[in-house]
Design a protein around this ligand. Structure first.
Ligand code: HEM
Length: 124
């Protein structure tokens, strides 16, 4: 998923910095414990969205705040689409033919709902 992320947009690399330390290569970033922890954080948000499918609005405030935090670290809204593309790429690689059009559509819908809720925290 994350090799894909930096293939799609190498400019995202400097946004992942911990204790002001920037990574000089995607490989260095991908092998750092902090970055792996961030992947876990992303997946835990996706997991929460799946568990709250019937009442996603209960996550609205949390997601808007999460959006705000990402704007503060310099993330652009359009970069969330790049993360979405990497997520779909990874799911397709893992599930093979089982990842059919319907499943792709369901994941796309879920992820865009999460991003839409995060974008509510964006100050324009
Ligand atoms: C925190 C970067 C996308 C979920 C952070 C942090 C950074 C960051 C620098 C603070 C340090 C850390 O906790 O690792 C980015 C970048 C993204 C991105 C550059 C996209 C290009 C996402 C997405 C999600 C997400 C799509 C979830 C759907 C989180 C969570 C935290 C976090 C849950 C912890 C927030 C907290 O501590 O309260 N992100 N992120 N991130 N990110 Fe992201």
């Amino acid at each position: 998923m994350c090799f894909r992320l930096f293939d799609l947009d190498p400019d995202l690399l400097p946004l992942f910095q911990y204790n002001c330390k920037k990574f000089s290569t995607p490989e260095e970033c991908l092998s750092s414990p902090e970055f792996l922890e961030h992947i876990r954080k992303v997946m835990s948000v996706i997991d929460a969205a799946v568990s709250h499918l019937e009442n996603l609005h209960s996550l609205a405030e949390y997601l808007a705040n999460l959006g705000k935090k990402h704007q503060a670290v310099g993330v652009k809204l359009e970069s969330f689409s790049t993360v979405g593309e990497s997520l779909l790429y990874m799911l397709e690689k893992c599930h093979g033919p089982a990842f059919n059009m319907n499943v792709r559509e369901a994941w796309t819908k879920l992820y865009s709902t999460v991003v839409k809720a995060m974008s509510c925290g964006w100050d324009i």
